[in-house]
Design a protein around this ligand. Structure first.
Ligand code: 5GP
Length: 190
């Protein structure tokens, strides 16, 4: 009933393809507001500061925590810090726009504690073997890193029951459209 019902939080195991699904939503549904997380990791080629992420240093991230600027934050894959700036989420919801957060499981749990009225969506691979294939297919991690991520993925898959809805990521665009439907946004822009 309230506009906060339109906040959708997407999480799921590592390498399930959350980023790709969100990129599809970004391309097809400009009416959906996507949160730009603050992160201490370096930008990758093609990533735009302020659009995909707010790239900040450790001191700035510390400042945001202390100031209470983050709705949630977490250290992801034991490395860098990522957090959701609170103000822009509140502004998007106040304007009635469907709003989407793509964050890790630790972050989703924090948002659930702070905003239990949000809709929590779990993105799941078609199978465990498929998840392993996607993780290995990336080819960007060392063997030790891959093992660490697989262990994390095992634990993350077990969290499905904490979520309101599950989407199986068989095909990226189809998964993105299911997500948009949950956001309650129109299928075509006026
Ligand atoms: P990447 O560095 O590959 O863009 O993202 C790595 C992970 O960080 C993804 O699993 C993504 O869900 C997570 N992540 C991105 N932004 C946030 C955030 O604001 N908060 C939390 N908790 N996780 C995030």
């Amino acid at each position: 009933m309230s506009s906060t019902n339109r906040l959708v939080v997407l999480a799921g195991p590592t390498a399930v393809g959350k980023g790709t699904v969100v990129a599809d939503v970004r391309g097809s549904h400009p009416e959906v507001w996507l949160s730009a997380s603050a992160t201490t990791r370096a930008p990758r080629p093609g990533e735009v500061d302020g659009e995909h992420y707010l790239f900040v240093d450790d001191a700035e991230f510390d400042r945001m925590i202390v100031a209470g600027d983050l709705l949630e934050w977490a250290v992801v894959h034991g490395r860098h810090r990522y957090g959701t700036p609170r103000g822009p989420v509140e502004a998007a919801l106040a304007s009635g726009r469907p709003a989407l957060l793509e964050i890790d499981l630790q972050g989703a749990r924090q948002v659930k504690a702070a905003m239990p009225e949000a809709l929590f969506v779990f993105l799941k691979p078609p199978s465990w073997d498929e998840l392993v294939r996607r993780l290995v297919g990336r080819g960007t991690e060392t063997e030790a890193e891959r093992e660490r991520r697989l262990e994390t993925a095992r634990q993350e898959l077990a969290a499905e029951s904490e979520f309101d809805v599950t989407i199986v990521n068989r095909e990226v665009h189809a998964a993105a459209e299911q997500l948009v439907e949950l956001l309650g946004s129109p299928t075509s822009q006026p």
